[in-house]
Design a protein around this ligand. Structure first.
Ligand SMILES: Nc1ncnc2c1ncn2[C@@H]1O[C@H](COP(=O)(O)OP(=O)(O)OP(=O)(O)O)[C@@H](O)[C@H]1O
Ligand SMILES: [Mg+2]
Length: 258
């Protein structure tokens, strides 16, 4: 991070019990608020900024990823990573899992169009490789989420537990490719059957994907038709197989790992 002053952080806003109400307030601020640059994360591969968002009485820290700061990749079309971040949030909400921080697309960010995501107040040293065994046991929904969104880059540091104990997943710029690309550090549950609760949620998500035109419209705005088709095929495959798969051929881990 650059040496620009960090904004004061409204810790209560990401609290668990009140998150639903605050989540709406956060979304409204992300959609409509004024965005002020506060610093840049210097260790990511894309240009990623810490910003302060102000809307009415709400003042929240957020992470802004402008499309024009996206590093070109051979396998993902240029300028599409920000929309994938939002599609990951849409998926988290449609599942009812609240596992991705509120994320929106903004057309008029300080460096042009980009994604804006609520900043999770978590200790960056507390991540997958430093989690306790009990904490790792909480990661089944995260692993299923990555299978569903086809995450090509689940690094250890992109699984966060905030100060209230809520588990969050961040960095979904390289998800939703139509071809299998899963790369993750979370291979703890290989061969296990998915828990019943998550199977129920996947089945409900599948029904909504096929039957809810609003949800389909959201995805159609964010992903290509073949990527939306591939998402439907993946949820169907997960509901058929019902278990955590073995690592596929090729490189199943991200690089770097953290
Ligand atoms: N919502 C968030 N809450 C807290 N920190 C975040 C959030 N989003 C991003 N960060 C921080 O910003 C860093 C860079 O963001 P991110 O990893 O999403 O970008 P990237 O360019 O894809 O980086 P990488 O090359 O590590 O994959 C993260 O490692 C994390 O420390
Ligand atoms: Mg990344």
């Amino acid at each position: 991070m650059s040496d620009m002053p960090a904004p004061s952080q409204p810790r209560t806003r990401a609290g668990t019990a009140s998150f639903e109400r605050d989540g709406r307030e956060i979304l409204l601020a992300l959609r409509r608020g004024q965005v002020h640059l506060a610093g840049e994360f210097l260790w990511g591969s894309n240009h990623t900024f810490l910003v302060q968002v102000e809307y009415a009485e709400t003042r929240i820290p957020a992470v802004y990823k402008p499309q024009r700061g996206e590093r070109p990749l051979w396998d993902f079309p240029r300028g599409t990573l920000a929309a994938r971040e939002v599609a990951a949030y849409v998926t988290s909400q449609a599942l009812g899992w609240d596992i991705v921080p509120p994320t929106v697309l903004r057309q008029e960010g300080p460096s042009g169009p980009g994604s804006l995501q609520f900043f999770v107040d978590a200790d960056p040293e507390h991540h997958y490789f430093t989690f306790s065994q009990d904490e790792k046991q909480r990661l089944r929904p995260a692993a299923i989420f990555d299978l569903l969104v086809n995450n090509a880059d689940r690094k250890a540091g992109h699984v966060l537990i905030d100060r209230s104990g809520h588990l969050w997943l961040i960095d979904h710029g390289v998800c939703f490719h139509q071809e299998p690309k899963l790369r993750t550090v979370i291979w703890d549950f290989v061969g296990e059957t998915f828990p019943e609760a998550q199977l129920r949620d996947l089945a409900a998500f599948h029904r909504r994907l096929l039957g809810d035109p609003d949800l389909r419209a959201r995805y159609n705005e964010l992903l290509s038709p073949s990527e939306v088709e591939a998402l439907i095929r993946r949820v169907e495959a997960l509901l058929r197989d019902r278990r955590f798969p073995e690592p596929g051929p090729g490189r199943p881990y991200p690089w770097p790992l953290v």
